[in-house]
Ligand binder design. Structure first.
Ligand code: ZN
Length: 243
């Protein structure tokens, strides 16, 4: 079983297509939320994710904003503008799909949430202290999160010892056979770890293994789509440097 794990696509269709091509044959695709927001192709990304992720797909804060579940006042002005623009691009069927997404999906072995198991929509897990506070908030061996746009993994004993989380590079393989883990695959559409390449993960539960992946995509193509749609220049420029 080979599962493609996507997070924070953020309406970047060019990056999503590059990830799908790079991942090769997979048995399932999971989405950790924020399919829309910031990027220029929300309709297409919602339609693709809806088809690709029939089993595991959770909602993120930007998806929430588009269906009116949170006030746009909670966003900075640039994110607010992009969120408002996104809402104008989505048809009723897209909004209904986002409405239908749960904020948590779990199985016997794993939990999937956008932010954190304590606060699925809003909390960022970016250090050992926050991770340690979150391990008691889920019962499974693995919790997959997104939201920070920074690839990360940390084992429970490391979090409790206040060790730094691991920030994996391309092709880093995590052995999940012992211990409990919180893992963030990074962002497909708007990486923020200084590496502009699209980030994703391949989860192989039968082998207790997860592989972090990066893939180059045509950033300039997405940027020209963003400019054509009148999206803020600060959002256009940041994807070229991955911040
Ligand atoms: Zn996001």
């Amino acid at each position: 079983m080979r599962i493609l794990v996507l997070s924070d696509v953020h309406a970047n269709l060019v990056a999503l297509e590059a990830v799908l091509a790079d991942a090769g044959r997979v048995d399932d695709v999971w989405s950790i939320g924020d399919v829309v927001g910031y990027g220029p192709r929300p309709r297409e990304c919602v339609e693709m994710v809806r088809i690709l992720t029939p089993n595991v797909s959770v909602i993120g804060n930007h998806d929430w904003a588009c269906i009116g579940r949170l006030s746009l006042e909670d966003f900075n002005p640039v994110a607010r503008f992009a969120s408002y623009w996104t809402t104008t691009q989505l048809a009723a069927e897209h909004l209904q799909y986002l409405e239908s997404l749960p904020n948590r999906v779990m199985d016997r072995e794993w939990t999937v949430v956008h932010g954190s198991p304590r606060h699925p929509i809003w909390e960022y897990i970016y250090n050992a202290r926050v991770a340690a506070l979150n391990f008691p908030a889920f019962d499974t061996r693995l919790c997959l999160v997104g939201h920070t746009h920074v690839p990360l993994f940390i084992r429970e004993d490391e979090a409790l010892a206040n060790a730094s989380p691991h920030h994996p590079g391309d092709d880093t393989v995590v052995d999940l056979s012992s211990g409990r883990f919180i893992i963030n695959p990074g962002s497909v559409g708007q990486p923020r770890d200084g590496d502009p390449r699209a980030a994703y993960a391949i989860f192989e539960p039968d082998d207790a293994r997860l592989t972090f992946r990066r893939v180059t995509y045509d950033v300039a193509h997405t940027q020209s789509q963003m400019r054509d749609e009148g999206l803020p220049e600060s959002l256009v420029s940041r994807i070229a440097v991955g911040v």
